[in-house]
Write a protein that binds this ligand. Structure first.
Ligand code: KG4
Ligand code: ZN
Length: 337
């Protein structure tokens, strides 16, 4: 069964063709980063307008690269929650038009569930697993019981970890988005040069929650008040020290969840799962089965949407033409969705 997946929830315009929820036949990701970088963040108005301009070309490229024709498409999967409403509407409207033109079903897909599914495109991972979803919009530890039965164990009470990477990078003048730049500079720095405080939230009903705003502010203060003008290693050292404390915070909580739930399978997804220190540390955990996707499947992409969409469409689950977008998905604390 060949599913066309559409992802336009933020600033990537991506379409992929995936067979049987696993095999990527083509995958096009058109990034809008150069258009948003001058503003140090995603400008929703620009994002939705670029999606309108690009989506047909991205679709045609994805079809061309698959070597197939549109008649090979058995169904369409499209992100319809959560995300920027204008951007989501462009993808959803395109999916509806395609669904009517090809007379094939379409299904609205949850972006968070798709990130948690992404590693399944490359590995066969048994359920349940602990999903560590770390991106610009989310920091979650989930118990993933199946592709659509996910329970949130912990979440950030303030900034998402990717947001903290981006804000620190902005303050250091590294541009937007800054996660990759911090990663690259951190490789040349000393992670023990600065001791930034770790937020340990262990009290109350949510022992797996994180907080990243304190770490972010500590880095910003370090730069503003104690900037070591004499050392040309300062930026590298700040990046390495910040990266270490942010990633160690994630790992400490996910390992606590692993011990307490007895689930020793840990799967990372989302843009921050591209981080070198996070990937190396996960790989070195001998007593655990750990997975993280290839770089192109960490950040926003259409393949994860098509892959997850297959599991609904194969069972005949489809969306009505009246389907709409949901910029926010409430109830992370409850079983998700
Ligand atoms: O999943 P994603 O593409 O979009 C959201 O759904 O948010 O994640 C984007 C986030 C950005 O905050 C970006 O700075 C971060 O992922 N990121 C990284 C790295 N590559 C991307 N953070 C740390 N290290 C990286 N190598
Ligand atoms: Zn994402």
């Amino acid at each position: 069964m060949i599913i066309l997946g559409i992802e336009t929830s933020c600033d990537e315009c991506s379409i992929a063709l995936v067979e049987d929820g696993k095999k990527i036949l083509s995958h096009v990701i058109a990034t809008q980063i150069p258009f948003h970088a001058p503003f140090d963040g995603v400008v929703p108005e620009i994002a939705s307008r670029k999606h309108v301009e690009w989506i047909r070309g991205v679709y045609k490229k994805a079809i061309f690269e698959s070597g197939l024709t549109s008649s090979a498409i058995d169904g369409i999967a499209v992100t319809n929650r959560p995300g920027l409403s204008g951007s989501l509407i462009v993808g959803l409207t395109f999916a509806k038009a395609l669904s009517m033109a090809l007379e094939k079903p379409f299904i609205g897909i949850d972006h968070v569930l798709a990130h948690l599914y992404a590693p399944q495109l490359e590995f066969s991972i048994g359920y349940p697993y602990l999903g560590l979803l770390v991106s610009g919009g989310h920091s979650l530890i989930c118990r993933v019981n199946s592709h659509d039965k996910v329970e949130t164990l912990g979440a950030s009470i303030d900034d998402a970890v990717g947001e903290a990477f981006d804000k620190v990078a902005k303050h250091l003048g590294l541009g937007y988005p800054g996660g990759k730049a911090i990663d690259q500079l951190a490789r040349k720095g000393n992670p023990r040069a600065y001791l930034f405080p770790k937020a340990n939230l262990y009290k109350g009903d949510h022992p797996y929650d994180f907080s990243f705003s304190g770490i972010k502010n500590a880095v910003v203060n370090q730069k503003d008040q104690f900037w070591d003008q004499t050392s040309d290693q300062s930026v590298q050292n700040i990046c390495a020290s910040f990266e270490k404390v942010a990633v160690d915070t994630l790992l400490k909580k996910v390992l606590k969840a692993a011990v307490e739930t007895g689930i020793h399978r840990i799967v990372a997804g989302g843009g921050v799962a591209a981080n070198t220190y996070l990937r190396n540390t996960l790989s070195a955990l001998d007593d655990y089965e750990t997975y993280y996707p290839s770089y192109s499947l960490c950040t926003d992409n259409g393949a994860m949407i098509a892959g997850l969409g297959y599991h609904y469409l194969i069972r005949g689950v489809e969306s009505p033409l009246s389907e709409t977008v949901y910029p926010r998905v409430p109830g992370f604390r409850k079983a998700y969705p």
